[in-house]
Each structure stands twice: as C-alpha cells, then as structure tokens.
Design a protein around this ligand. Structure first.
Ligand code: UDX
Length: 438
C-alpha cells in the first residue's frame, strides 16, 4: 500500500484483517513511526483496533522505502492528489510512485491505482508499468471519513478498471477481495477511463445533490418556506431519496470540493468543459452557504458581530473526523472572527488540525467553556455531543440564548421551548416559546 493517508492506512489495515500480508509504505517517517505502534495518525473510529490486530498478527507492517515492498504481488497506489491553485489535480505524488514502482516491481506484478485522478491518467501510467514488466488496473475507492473502516471491509460496490486485453488482473483483484465479494455486492468490471470517471462522477453527483437542496434553502429563505420539510417531502420519492439532502452550511472535506474542481479542469482540457460547467455553480452555491450562516449570526445579534462573544461549535468538515480540509465549519468560525466577533471555537477532535490552519482563533476542548458567556452559539458540525446538549442547561451558562443551527441538526422546538431564538439556513426563525406566547 503505497501512501498511508486516510485511504491507504485504512485499506492496509482492512486488507490485513482479511488475511493478506500487507506492507504500508509512506515517505513520512513520523506517520510510519505512529502506525508501527498501532496509533492512527488521524481520527478514524475503529482504525486503531484494526491496526493493533494487524500488527500483532504479523500480517501488517509499515515501512518508509518503496524498495521494501518490491516483492509484493499487488501494489496499491493510495497517495494524495491535492488541488492545485488553478483547481486541477496535482498528480506529482502518483507519478513519482508509479515511476518508483517501475524501478522495483517483479515481472508480472499488478499495480492498482486507487487515488482519485483525472480521466486519462491511468492509461498513461499503464504504459510506464507495462514497460517495466507489470500490469496496471484502476480500482477506485468510495470510503467515507468517519466510516472508512466499515466502508473498506463492507464496500457497497467494487469497480475494476482494466487495460485493453488484460485478461488476468480481474482474477488477482478477485483474490484480494475474496472475503468482501462473498457478501455479494455488485462488481463492475470496466475499462480504465470508466473506472476513473466512476469516482469523480459519484462525488460530483453527491455534491450536486447537496447544492441542489442548498439552492432550495435559498429559495425557502426568500419565501418563508422550510427546506427540511421540503427535503422530507421530496426525499420519500425513491427516485430522489432523502440522503444527501441535508441543507446547511454545505459540503467540505478532502474529496467533494477538490474533485468537482478537478473534474471541471479536466473536462476543459478535453474540450468538454460545457458538459460539467454546472459544477462551477454547484461550488458557488456551496460557498455562498458559508456567508449565509455568518449573516444569520449577524442578524441574530442585532446587526453587528464586532466585539460579540460567539461559541463556534464544530470545526471538522463532518462529525467523527478531525479533518478540516476545506471545512465549512472552520471557514465560518474564521469568517466570524474576521468580522470582529470574539469567537471561542470547540471541536471534540479537530482543535489541533484547525489550529494549524487558523492559529489566530481561540480554541477550547471544553464544551462548557465555549458556551460560558457566549452571546450566540453557532453549531457548525453535527457532532453527537452537540445534538445531546440540554438546551436548558446550556441556556443557564450563556450570556444570550441565540442559536444558529448551521447544520439543521438540533431539535429546534426543544431549544425554542427552553427560551432560545433559533435560526437555521433554509428555515423560518423559531422564536422562544415564551416570547411567542407573550
Ligand atoms: C466523500 C464520498 O461520500 C465518498 O464516497 C468518497 O470516497 C470521498 O468523498 P467524505 O468526504 O468522507 O466522503 O464525506 P461525505 O460523508 O460524503 O460528506 C461530504 C460533505 O458533505 C461533508 O462536509 C458533509 O457535512 C456534507 N453533507 C453531506 C451535507 O452538507 N449534506 C448532506 O446531506 C450530506
């Protein structure tokens, strides 16, 4: 497994638990040192037990140098493809790994790309590997952060992209995934280009679905309608489905934003930019939602944020993760501070990762401390610990019972009943029951 980030570390541990001998390789010595002790370099529920189990069984090892994995029969490429300033994907890590593998692999070895790459990359890389006596296949990964272990052990589909005339790689991949295949999920065997596209188009579709409902939130805001009831009503239609119709502060993370931008950049290179031009709008809708949440906080504080004390609850791009890459939560906390608010930001897992990007914000790991004296509370990530907050208890420590539920994840009736004024994207304001009665 070449590359031990979110994807590689989880996949390495999962394959070891399925009975394979796995060597995880990463040039980052600190990461390898942690993994060798069974510690995950990032927050991912269920990963550490799997690492510990794999290391103890002797089937899982971590090394710094590619050469130490030279004898492997199958090499997975799981390095990152970050976004370049122009939106396109930076392939330098994938290209370096493939060039390195070409120098060390055994004749007949199978190199399997898992990284998300622009369509057309795999065919180019296949030439390098074939010239070195190996074969290359593409096997995109759909794992979700926070659920990565489950998604690796029980994926909902397997996609194999094979080069033209490659008659043997399917069998090798079937052997790798024998345990998983027994569960009977769909397996799609296709060409390299389709396999690359499956990954980006899946993420583009999910991003579109989220921005669709966020666009409806904008319409709801202009008309007094309620976007969550709208989502419930359209979501019961099985052709539409309720999942990924959660309106709020929008999507973030290491995949969705980067993948739609990379897709647009690649389509433009191919001369088919118009086909995915709508993804620019998807991106724009998504980014507008951050401003809207800042606006809701400003409105609830009577028109100005300057000098006001705000508890920002959540920094990670989603719960059960410490990932703040392109996180709407961290972005909004930063925007509130930039507008002059005195922000105290809390997250159960992402304070350290957030501090690296925004060292200037005030952080706390103590939820109570974030709430004490706050004039407004803004919930930015739907962590369980925020959903479980008792509105009466929380109300007794804040300086003002103003809540902005940017994820539409709290029971707004219960908060309003406890005297809170609740604002949330795409929904009419919920005034405290006391005030309404008065
Ligand atoms: C995503 C894909 O789901 C996964 O298949 C792929 O392999 C990697 O990218 P992930 O980045 O872990 O996974 O996050 P995901 O659960 O898809 O959520 C992405 C973002 O969308 C999060 O910021 C989340 O909060 C947001 N989201 C999700 C919404 O705003 N509304 C929703 O209804 C659902």
């Amino acid at each position: 497994m070449i590359g031990c980030g979110y994807l590689g570390a989880v996949h390495a541990a999962a394959l070891a638990s399925l009975g394979h001998d796995v060597i995880g390789v990463d040039s980052d010595g600190d990461k390898i040192a942690l993994l060798e002790t069974g510690a995950a370099p990032f927050f991912e529920p269920g990963l550490e037990p799997l690492l510990v189990q794999g290391l103890a069984s002797g089937r899982l090892r971590f090394r710094r140098r590619l050469e130490e994995a030279a004898a492997a029969e199958v090499h997975f490429v799981t390095v990152g493809t970050p976004q370049r300033p122009d939106g396109s994907a930076d392939l330098s890590a994938v290209e370096a790994v493939v060039a390195g593998l070409a120098g060390v692999i055994r004749t007949g070895a199978l190199v399997v790309g898992k990284s998300t790459v622009p369509v057309g990359t795999a065919a180019r890389l296949a030439d390098v590997i074939v010239a070195a006596g190996g074969r290359l296949a593409w096997n995109p990964e759909f794992l979700r952060e926070g659920l990565a272990v489950q998604d690796s052990l029980h994926p909902d589909r397997l996609v194999y992209g094979l080069a033209e005339g490659d008659a043997s790689s399917e069998e090798v991949l079937d052997a790798v995934y024998a345990e998983v295949l027994r569960e009977g999920m769909p397996k799609v065997v296709t060409d390299l280009a389709t396999a690359e596209l499956v990954k980006v188009s899946a993420n583009a579709f999910l991003a579109t679905k989220i921005s669709f409902i966020n666009a409806m939130a904008e319409i709801a805001e202009a008309t007094g309608a309620d976007v969550t009831q709208l989502a419930d009503a359209i979501g019961v239609d099985a052709r539409i489905g309720r999942r990924f119709l959660g309106a709020g502060v929008g999507f973030g993370g290491g995949c969705l934003p980067k993948d739609i931008r990379g897709f647009v950049a690649r389509a433009e290179e191919l001369g088919t930019g118009r086909s995915v031009a709508f993804l620019r709008e998807i991106d724009a809708i998504n980014l507008r939602r951050r401003e809207r949440v800042v606006e809701l906080a400003r409105e609830s504080l009577g028109g100005s944020l300057a000098g006001r004390r705000i508890a920002a609850l959540g920094l990670a791009f989603k719960p059960d993760s410490d990932d703040v890459r392109d996180s709407p939560a961290l972005a909004v906390a930063g925007m509130l501070a930039d507008a002059g608010a005195r922000v105290v930001a809390h997250d159960p897992a992402a304070v350290d990762t957030a501090r690296l990007r925004r060292p200037d914000l005030d952080y706390t790991r103590d939820l109570g401390q974030a709430l004490v004296g706050a004039e407004a509370v803004v919930v930015l990530t739907e962590w369980g610990s925020y959903r479980e907050l008792d509105p009466t208890e929380a109300g007794s420590v804040v300086a003002g019972r103003r809540l902005v539920d940017a994820r539409n994840c709290l029971d707004r009736e219960a908060w309003a009943a406890a005297g809170w004024e609740v604002r949330s994207p795409g929904r009419p304001a919920r005034l405290p029951l006391v005030a309404r009665a008065g």
